[in-house]
Structures are given as structure tokens and as C-alpha cells.
Design a protein around this ligand. Structure first.
Ligand SMILES: Cc1cc2nc3c(=O)[nH]c(=O)nc-3n(C[C@H](O)[C@H](O)[C@H](O)COP(=O)(O)OP(=O)(O)OC[C@H]3O[C@@H](n4cnc5c(N)ncnc54)[C@H](O)[C@@H]3O)c2cc1C
Length: 393
């Protein structure tokens, strides 16, 4: 037997089996009880894609009062100091219920952990308590026209001024920029032969002079996204995130967080809940129930993979390839779920039907469906990452 067989290198696509901590069970019940209270208030509508389209700052604040925003941030910065697995339980319950979590989604998932990791002490003290209180909301300012998959080619520039930087360029698809407080903006600060070098990240006040926000509407007509123009925006030195020139490493270092969470397979789950309610009204056939069973089994499998990534992140690892796999499988399943639900129950989708009714939820899920496999990196790009990872192995 060769030594490599005796002591194989760990596979880049290993997914250890994860048991949720004992604390998770009680936490899940608490979240469900909270959701019941919110349902009674009429704030939880059971809509698909609620992490992107359910903007309700009041809900975010009430969630934060329970310690469920910025949960993994240290207590000294206003967080709850809990692990990623506890956070996982909370967010999967919220997404499965279609709760309106989009106001704080990016600050909780990305901006908070990023500022904690790369930010100065001053930045941590300035931003993190507001994030954990559900009162400081962030957008992601990465993509540009022509720089989506090829993100390192961004043309937005930050030029040095006497006491900071002047930002010029246009970011595309900036979710929530019209309602949020800040954006983390990736910009070129230095010209180098290596396009991955010379990029830096900035914490930009979206109300600053020179920021112009123009809506990009979804097919449904909703205003969720924007072209965000930075027309000579002055950004103080204290708002550079991390080290000048480290932007690329910072951005790629965050991708496992962005790509592996339950929002990558639960966006359309509320539609399955709605289908089950419809089936309960009549008598479901064996064929219909079989289809539901197959969907449920697939959801369960992706959930286990996603949980394994959460556990690796909790342990301080960088499971980028596993995260890419989860996102590829999960986002395709989100689309399959919509198609399967239509196949099981051929109700016509109707965006003008009673809000919360099955035809209306179906229309909502369908009109959002082109985005599932694009946002956060397209599936073709993810497969490139997976292939390279396997080749290196
Ligand atoms: C709903 C939604 C929300 C978004 N939210 C945000 C946000 O908040 N902030 C933000 O910064 N960005 C956001 N984005 C942008 C998103 O990250 C980009 O759309 C995505 O990375 C793809 O970039 P692109 O649109 O420029 O497409 P392109 O990069 O032009 O790709 C077009 C097509 O070509 C394929 N392709 C490109 N390169 C390759 C390659 N090397 N090999 C094989 N195929 C390739 C792609 O897979 C895709 O199918 C959002 C996008 C959507 C749809």
C-alpha cells in the first residue's frame, strides 16, 4: 500500500456530519414562539425570498432585542457571543417562515463579521453595536457593469486626497442602497500588473454628498436594487476597511460565509409550505405526496451539507469549495422547488391575487427565480472553483 493511501490528504469536499448543540433545541422553540407573536401582528407573511425582499426595520429591531442579530459578534461589541451553529438555527427558522429579514441581512451575515475581522478598533466600536441592535444596515457594493464574475476588473477608483479618499465609479445591483445606511465598496486604489492587487474596501455612508442612487427594478416591478453612482465621494481615512491593497483577499475570504448559509436553499421554501396547505384542503394523491417527499429529501441533504460548512466556519476553517458546492446545489434546488410545486398543483400564478394566497406566492417566487443562481456568484463560476479545488487536490 502506498503512503498516500495510508495517510490521504483530507478531501476538499469533505462534509463532516454535524449534530446541532443542545442549546439549539431550546433556541429553535424560542424563535418559533417569537414568530407566532409576529404572525399575530401581521409582520410575518410567509413570502419567498424574504432575505432579499422582506424589508422591515421594526422587525429587525425586535429580533435584535432578543439577541438574534449579530449573534456571533462578541458581547463587548453588543453581540450575543454565540456560535455560528446557534445563528444557523435562528436564521433557518426565520427563512423557513418567510420572515422579513432583509433590512439587517447583509450587516448580520457579512458587514459585521468583516468589520470584526478586518476593521480597526474604532470601526468596531462605531459600527458593531448598531449592527447588533438592528439599527445599522449595510449594502454590498462589489459588482459593476462588466465586473460581476470578473470582479477583480472593477473600474471604481479611490484617489488619495489630503485627509482621505475620493471615490468615483458606479456599482450595479447594490441591494437596498436606497434604504440602507452604509455600503462596503470595493475600489481600485493602486495600479499594478496583478489585477488582484491594488484593491481596497471602503465603508461608505450612503447619504454622503456625491452618492446618487438609481433604481434597477425587478421583473415584478419591485425596487430592491440600484445602480449606485459615486460621483467624487469623499471618504475619510478612518473608513478604509482593512489594509490598503488587501481588498481582494478580504472579499474572497468572506465568500464561504456568503455562499453556504440556509438562504442558498430556503429562498423558495415558503412556497412548499403554501403548497402543503393547499394539499391539506383537498385530498392529495399518492403521486403528489411522492413529489413532495422527493423535494423534502433533497432539501434535507443540502441542509446537512450547509450545516457542515457552518461547523467548519465555527472551527475557524475556510471551506470555500464546500461552500461553492452548497450554493450550486442549493440555488438549483430553489428553482426546482418552484417548478415542482407548479407541476404538483397547476394553479396559475397571479401577482394580483390576494397577498399571501398560493397563486400570489407562486408568482412572486417565479418572478424572483432568475436571480437564485446568479446572486453571490453564478453557478458556472462556482463550478470553476470546485473544479480547480478538485484538480489541486
Ligand atoms: C438578484 C441579484 C442580487 C444581487 N445583489 C448584489 C449586491 O447586493 N451587490 C453586488 O455587488 N452585486 C450583486 N449582484 C450581482 C451579482 O453578484 C452578479 O450578477 C454576478 O456575480 C454575475 O455577474 P454579471 O451579472 O456581471 O454577469 P457576467 O459576469 O457578465 O456573466 C454572464 C454569464 O456568463 C457566465 N460567465 C462569466 N464568466 C464565466 C467564466 N469564466 N466561465 C463560465 N461562465 C462564465 C456567467 O455564469 C453568466 O451566466 C446581484 C445580482 C442579482 C441577480
Amino acid at each position: 500500500m502506498s503512503p498516500s493511501v495510508l495517510s490521504p490528504t483530507p478531501s476538499p469536499i469533505a462534509f463532516p456530519d454535524v449534530a446541532l448543540p443542545e442549546s439549539a433545541r431550546g433556541l429553535r422553540h424560542e424563535v418559533r414562539a417569537f414568530l407566532e407573536e409576529e404572525r399575530a401582528l401581521g409582520t410575518v407573511l410567509g413570502r419567498p425570498d424574504s432575505w432579499l425582499a422582506g424589508w422591515d426595520p421594526g422587525f429587525s429591531r425586535r429580533l435584535a432585542e432578543r439577541g438574534w442579530v449579530g449573534m456571533a459578534l462578541p458581547v463587548e461589541y453588543g453581540g450575543a457571543g454565540r456560535g455560528f451553529l446557534d445563528r444557523y438555527v435562528v436564521i433557518e427558522e426565520l427563512l423557513a417562515a418567510g420572515a422579513p429579514v432583509s433590512a439587517h441581512w447583509v450587516s448580520d451575515r457579512q458587514a459585521g463579521p468583516s468589520i470584526l475581522r478586518h476593521g480597526t478598533e474604532e470601526q468596531r466600536r462605531f459600527f458593531l453595536p448598531g449592527i447588533a441592535a438592528g439599527q445599522c444596515f449595510f449594502s454590498i457594493g462589489m459588482s459593476e457593469k462588466g465586473s460581476g464574475s470578473d470582479l477583480a476588473s472593477v473600474a471604481t477608483r479611490a484617489e488619495r486626497t489630503a485627509d482621505g479618499w475620493r471615490l468615483t465609479g458606479t456599482k450595479m445591483w447594490t441591494g437596498g442602497a436606497h434604504v440602507n445606511d452604509y455600503a462596503i465598496v470595493l475600489a481600485r486604489t493602486d495600479d499594478t500588473d496583478d489585477k488582484h492587487a491594488g484593491l481596497s474596501q471602503f465603508l461608505v455612508d450612503l447619504r454622503a454628498p456625491g452618492v446618487r442612487i438609481e433604481p434597477i427594478r425587478l421583473m415584478s416591478g419591485e425596487h430592491r436594487f440600484n445602480a449606485c453612482h459615486f460621483e467624487g465621494v469623499d471618504v475619510p481615512d478612518g473608513m478604509v476597511l482593512g489594509r490598503r491593497g488587501d481588498g481582494w483577499q478580504q472579499v474572497t475570504g468572506e465568500l464561504a460565509f456568503e455562499r453556504s448559509g440556509p438562504e442558498r436553499y430556503l429562498s423558495t421554501f415558503p412556497l412548499l409550505v403554501s403548497l402543503l396547505r393547499e394539499l391539506e384542503r383537498g385530498s392529495a394523491t399518492a403521486a403528489q405526496l411522492t413529489e413532495v417527499g422527493i423535494l423534502t429529501a433533497r432539501l434535507h441533504s443540502v441542509r446537512r451539507l450547509s450545516l457542515a460548512v457552518a461547523a467548519s466556519l465555527d472551527a475557524g476553517a475556510s471551506p470555500d469549495i464546500q461552500a461553492a458546492l452548497v450554493k450550486d446545489l442549493g440555488t438549483r434546488l430553489e428553482g426546482t422547488l418552484v417548478d415542482t410545486v407548479r407541476g404538483i398543483l397547476p394553479t396559475p400564478a397571479d401577482p394580483h391575487a390576494t397577498p399571501g394566497s398560493h397563486p400570489e406566492l407562486l408568482a412572486f417566487a417565479l418572478l424572483h427565480s432568475p436571480g437564485y443562481t446568479l446572486r453571490g456568484g453564478t453557478n458556472e463560476i462556482l463550478r470553476g472553483i470546485i473544479t480547480r479545488g478538485l484538480e489541486q487536490h
